[in-house]
Design a protein around this ligand. Structure first.
Ligand code: ATP
Length: 323
């Protein structure tokens, strides 16, 4: 595993190559490879065209947790949709586990969870979770077993027969995550899945997501506006510029494996250092690398904590290259 990272491309954007914290073998393809991808939305009538993404390159290793963060409209959701094959790039290539994105979608190589849980209100919790299995003609007995396992995994054993409107927002989101995991994907694509939750529920969900990732070893591409959330969850935080969206910095978070992360991390000095580093990068002042020590140079824990209160969290930068 390389220690990350990021290399400047001709256009000034940063190519983020898979790295820290995940297990890469010589033969396994990356979970996600985005190469020189741009997305230009066409003009309508008198409206000018919109370049949502410009020359974005990003690799995500198997089992790696990568967050995308950047100002509103910088193309985070667009990038996630391209990876999920819900939209096509104007130029560049995307592969998922070495396959074209379309093939990966057909093969159900990934699960998706968005900000709105998107549950079907007329189906019970169990029936929502088993929907992807039903669509792929998995037998009833196997579906029942799998749904039972998933309900346990997300801590909803007693709620399988309830309907979505009988659950809290956090519980609904857990159902959506269970559904995304139904086919044991090796990759999860998550677009602000906790954005609508209160802070306490959100932190609990973050803990659960880490536990689930540790258990399933899935890679995750996670869109968020919260720096602390990105830092707490990720092996690397990818920082994007205002439109046209480019990757301007990639910050490795050296806070250990997903399995080792717990509540105590939120008070860890390394966490605040990493929050500070991401915040600086977001404000256009990427901090030069250096393992652990360089993180200290991003500002005091107190300053970083202030940054966290402004919007975000995560781990100690383990050394990176930037533009
Ligand atoms: N279907 C579309 N047609 C035209 N423009 C689009 C379309 N989808 C996205 N855009 C534009 O592309 C840009 C990037 O949008 P996107 O939703 O990816 O940003 P984002 O970073 O996810 O924003 P936010 O953080 O606010 O969710 C925006 O300017 C948006 O208006």
């Amino acid at each position: 595993m390389t220690d990350q990272n990021a290399t400047a491309t001709d256009g000034g954007s940063v190519a983020a190559s898979a790295g820290a914290g995940a297990t890469r073998t010589a033969t396994a393809p990356d979970a996600v490879t985005v190469s020189g991808v741009s997305r230009v939305f066409g003009s309508r009538g008198r409206e000018a065209s919109v370049t949502a993404l410009d020359d974005v390159s990003l690799d995500v290793a198997p089992g790696e947790f990568v967050s995308l963060i950047g100002p509103s409209g910088c193309g985070k959701s667009t990038l996630l949709r391209l990876i999920a094959d819900l939209d096509q790039p104007s130029s560049g290539q995307i592969s998922v586990f070495g396959k074209p994105a379309r093939r990966a979608r057909i093969d159900q190589d990934y699960g998706i969870a968005f900000q709105q849980a998107g549950l079907l209100p007329w189906r019970t919790v169990a029936a929502n979770i088993e929907l992807p299995l039903e669509l792929h003609r998995v037998g009833a007995a196997e579906r029942r077993t799998r749904v039972g396992d998933l309900l346990s995994l997300v801590g909803l054993d007693d709620f399988g027969s309830k309907y979505p409107d009988q659950l809290s927002g956090g519980m609904q989101q857990r159902v959506a995550i269970a559904r995304a995991l139904a086919e044991s994907p090796r990759l999860l694509l998550m677009d602000e899945p906790f954005g609508a939750l209160d802070e306490m529920t959100r932190e609990r969900m973050q803990n659960e997501l880490l536990r689930i990732c540790a258990e399933t070893d899935a890679a995750v591409v996670f869109v968020t506006h919260s720096i602390p959330e990105a830092v707490f969850l990720s092996h690397r935080v990818v920082v994007m510029s205002p439109r046209p969206g480019r990757i301007v910095d990639v910050i490795p978070v050296g806070l250990g494996s997903t399995a080792d992360r717990g509540e105590a991390l939120r008070e860890d000095a390394g966490f605040f250092d990493a929050v500070g580093a991401v915040r600086e990068a977001l404000h256009g002042h990427p901090v030069s690398a250096g393992p652990a020590t360089s993180a200290t140079s991003t500002g005091s824990a107190g300053e970083a904590r202030e940054g966290a209160n402004l919007c975000e969290p995560s781990g100690r930068p383990a050394g990176r290259e930037s533009r």
